[in-house]
Design a protein around this ligand. Sequence first.
Ligand code: PHE
Length: 457
Amino acid sequence: MAIQQKGMHGAWASRWTFIMAATGSAVGLGNMWKFPYVAGSNGGGAFVLVYLGCILLIGVPVMMAEVLIGRQGRQSPINSMRDAVAESDAKSRWRHVGWVGVAAGMLILSFYAVIAGWALAYIFEAASGELAGVSGDTAGAIFGSLLADPSRLIFWQSIFMLLCVGVVVGGVKKGLGVAVEILMPVLFVMLLLLLGFSFFRGNFSAAWDFLFNFNLQLLTWRGVLEAMGQAFFTLSIGMGAIMAYGAYMPQKANIGKTILIVAFFDSLVAIISGLIIFSIVFATQGIEPSAGPGLMFISLPVAFGGMPGGLLIGSAFFVLVSIAAWSSAISLLEPCVAWLIEAKDISRVQANLLLAGFAWVLGLGSVLSFNVWSDIKFAGLTFFDFLDFLTANIMLPLSGLLIAVFVGYVMKREFVDYQMQGTAPKILALWRLTLRYVAPVAISAVFVMGIYDKFFS
Ligand code: PHE
């Protein structure tokens, strides 16, 4: 049964398509919207250093492990994990890891579509000229009025969800594969153009100092937990997206090298986005780096509103953000869709509609948390903040930890070695060491300290 199911969803055309798809998944709102504001609220430099450390020491090894399980199983994360557990004669409890991941995916998709909706709304906001000449305060007020209006938020959330369904129904090759091969190069070119703009028109050196001069005193354990959560979130690990994409990866591709490329692109985009946004923030009065989730939506309109050609560049920027969000959100939907197709006798279209519909309904909670429900708190957080914290800082690291332990200790060596063929023995040993010791210890420690810091101090 399991054997017959293998590979039923198709495969990427080449290793390059995998790289584009995985980079598309990784590069998203996490890089352009979340990274700058989380770094901004945590004091900049020291946070960035810890974040990059987490990417390299924990993120990359865990990402490799995740891809490995996917490629070994060649199915949705839940079933790839199930097979990996069975083939390794491991305790069946391990199968839950796939479930945690897919559940996290649905939760993330629900709020992700709402934020991506903001970016869509801003394409038109910028193009209409409404942002021309705005001050920091006015930009804040315009953003505030969007958040206060559930029907507008729901409208854009729905459009974004439909865009995602539109790609994922096309399947792996013709849907996801084609989309990322077009979207990713466009994204990189636009990003570089905007970097050039902020270099000449913004306060680039202040942005540089803010991101790279570190003052360790500004860092708390809570900040370290957020840096680690951000590393997981931005690399799309711990929820099955990368496992699902790994399932469609050509057998010849070297997992280590390929993942290093993806992680490099992802970090590069985060840093470039940070430079673009902070160059503008520091060149504008009335906006603080610690402005929170609205940072991008308040600072950029001010910059674009005040310059010739701002209409065009402003809308281009939000097109860029929307593209990045789109190529990530499809990777949140795909693992769940793949699983539903395997588990139930339904078509790709039906699976898409059901799951996107589910995430859409759940997303209404996030929509309302910005207005009508803004006073309703879970553990001191609004519905949206709670989901964000729960997924990025708890579920993703937790399932990342389990994946590291599974591949490091439990999975049969012959499978691991087979998937890692062509990797230099020293690198292989180093990777295994990281999975067995460094990642589990680091994740557990940051976890305990961060939760303690957040809730008990
Ligand atoms: N990595 C994406 C981003 O940075 C978010 C994401 C998380 C996508 C998990 C898929 C899975 O925006």
